[in-house]
Design a protein around this ligand. Structure first.
Ligand code: PEP
Ligand code: MN
Length: 285
């Protein structure tokens, strides 16, 4: 424990240099590059199975998909809720992929818990301290997104709330912060990655999809995040982005996602991360 730190449990110390969170054979925080991919939201059985089959064919081991969506407008698609959770479970079993899905608030924790392998805590909830304390009592990995207005210290203090409860499996996720420039949806804070690596033993991944809001920037920023030291990526992919009910403009086409994987694979190794696990079976035409 770093005794004179504001966040002694999250702080890196001589004794505690790194935390590795293992999910479906992927050791997040080790030399494995964790790639989490899937749609922003679960929309239908057909959509989820088509995406699931594509991802599994490409060697992806952790699939994302929101069943409860935190939408800015109450008139936007809110998610399929429990039906969405059931579809995620089905895909997970059929294709041997772990699932990550968002828990919107404490009242939904018991509902979501049995269906997911990683509990995603969204940017809008990073400062929901009572919720964070309760998450500390659970035994599943937690993906803690950075709040869109959160400083690095506030983010690590949020992680501290979870760690204090005894849950040590916390993964941080940089997903862009809100700045004066609205050309991109958010501003991807690449500097946060090496900074967090210096300060904390916790693994950190990047979400270039929420960070940019633009599918054409997802590939370049994925590479930038790995170069900066990220332990993994969370990427939105859709079988038909034009018709997506949530975050279509930032969702990759299958072809784009395959091309990104091929690029990553061609490096073989990048900044200490190795890519041996991908078996690219999808033809690119
Ligand atoms: C998401 O991953 O779809 C999402 C809503 O993320 P964030 O909490 O980072 O906005
Ligand atoms: Mn999204």
């Amino acid at each position: 424990m770093a005794l004179n730190s504001a966040y002694p449990l999250a702080h890196k110390t001589l004794e505690k240099q790194k935390t590795i969170v293992e999910v479906n054979g992927i050791k997040i925080g080790s030399e494995d590059l964790a790639i989490i991919a899937g749609p922003c939201a679960v929309e239908s059985e057909e959509q989820l199975y088509e995406i699931g089959s594509f991802l599994a064919n490409n060697g992806i081991k952790i699939m994302r998909g929101g069943a409860y969506k935190p939408r800015t407008s109450p008139y936007s698609f809110q998610g399929l809720m429990e039906d969405g959770l059931k579809l995620l479970k089905g895909v997970s079993q059929k294709y041997d992929m772990a699932i990550i899905t968002e828990v919107l608030d404490l009242s939904l924790l018991d509902t979501v818990y049995p269906y997911t392998d990683i509990l995603q805590i969204g940017a809008r909830n990073m400062k929901n301290y009572h919720f964070l304390k309760e998450l500390g009592k659970t035994d599943k990995p937690i993906l803690l997104k950075r709040g869109m207005d959160a400083t690095i210290e506030e983010w690590l203090l949020a992680a501290e709330y979870i760690l204090m409860g005894g849950n040590e499996q916390v993964i941080l996720c940089e997903r862009g912060i809100r700045t004066f420039d609205h050309t991109t949806r958010n501003t991807m804070d690449i500097a946060a990655i090496p900074l967090v690596k210096q300060l904390s033993h916790l693994p950190i991944i990047a979400d270039p999809s929420q960070a940019t809001g633009n599918r054409d920037m997802v590939g370049p920023l994925s590479l930038a995040a790995i170069a900066a030291g990220a332990d993994g990526l969370m990427i939105e992919v859709h079988n038909d982005p034009e018709k997506a009910l949530s975050d279509g403009p930032q969702s990759l086409y299958f072809k784009q996602f395959s091309e990104l994987l091929i690029k990553l694979k061609s490096f073989g190794e990048l900044n200490g991360k190795i890519f041996p696990k991908f078996q690219l079976k999808t033809q690119i035409n």
